[in-house]
Design a protein around this ligand. Sequence first.
Ligand SMILES: Cc1ncc(COP(=O)(O)O)c(C=O)c1O
Length: 463
Amino acid sequence: MSSIKFQSRGKPLLRVPAKKHRIINSIVCGVPIKSHHRVSNVLSRTSGPSFGSVTSISVTTDERPFGDDGNGRFGRFGGKFVPETLMSRLRDLEDELDFVLSDHEFQEELTTALRDYVGRETPLYFAGRLTEHYKTISRTTGDGPEIYLKREDLGHSGSHKMNNALAQAMIARRLGCGRVVVATGAGQHGVATAAACAKLSLECTVFMGTTDIEKQSSHVLSMNLLGAQVTPVKGTFQDASSEAIRNWVGNLETTYYLSGTVVGPHPSPVMVRKFQSVIGKETRRQAIQLWGGKPDVLVACVGSGSNALGLFHEFVGDEDVRLVGVEAAGLGLDSGKHSATLAVGDVGVYHGSMSYLLQDDQGQILRPHSIGVGLEYPGVGPEISFLKETGRVEFYTATDEEALQKNSLEGIIPALEASHALAFLDKLVPILHDGAKVIVNCSGRGDKDIDTLIERGMPSSFS
Ligand SMILES: Cc1ncc(COP(=O)(O)O)c(C=O)c1O
């Protein structure tokens, strides 16, 4: 596998207003998209969105562009590095995305489904025992920081992945695509997409690496139960991703590629971030309700960046809110077996956009490793790359061993991916001031990891 490698620094950032929606006639997945349908919706929008009885924060409007040029570029990152045959499909998707973001019918359907099907809003939970635990090891003499968990593990299908899978499945249906293809690593995105496709009556094919199938067998069963076809691909998530993309490219007339994270060619990274940013929007409102202010520190694990951006994006303009991303150091940064792209990677093009990557001197992609299978991807999204380069988000790492030993102490088994974020609290919390409000994104639940935990020996405090 190779990437195009870039070493040079890019131009300074430009802030360009978001592109206006274009009303076009086009044919997507064999179905004509009628301009009159769009015009009527555009017109009905003039009085502003009405959400009826649905309590709503707009789930997708985005008032905080930071480095986003409106065309999928974040500084030197992002773009659309794809063959010409894909360009028209991506443009159609861009147009549809522009449209649904301000279409009140779409927003109302999504808001209702997020509430009644996914179970949003997810709680912002005060972790009393964790807070007590850190009080004893805090360097301060007072009460120490307060720890809160954003409970994405409580959403339908057990992770943040559903927020995006559901919204994109709705777009696939609007585009007239009867079939959805997807790649999954930890299986969370596969299960979420299989469920969303079942709900919306779409055919679903999930590509999954043979190594991951072994580690996440319960998820394979769930996907089958939900009516999806799981197609094994020799290797891991990155191999499954390449295969899913190949399958999509071979079936453009009928098929929608549903990206599970903030990578790929524009508009995928922006779209997934918009659908995940409901996490941060809820968090801001909940923080105001709980303590009347903003959080001091937000912490999230970083695989490719969707749960991190989902939480962070709302706060990127709040300079008094510290944003901390935690990557997987696997067996250690010197071992070569890790997924710490931002810590040791450099810039190149892979899977259609420019970002930080794990690659060798020839631009060959290196195989990532983490005990948290969902963190095993050799890149990160363009926006996350930009947030690293500008220094707005701090990035650190946690090893397999540190994640494995992490017990939430709260009667919650976090996904091993989220355990990386929790593990970093050991280093972070002791240096924070008394009363600091720290929110960790509990991006998923850990039932899927039980086999791995048994195989590796349970953390002592679980027994
Ligand atoms: C529970 C959970 N958290 C985090 C991740 C990492 O992905 P991302 O960085 O896109 O949030 C995954 C990926 O599968 C996951 O399943």
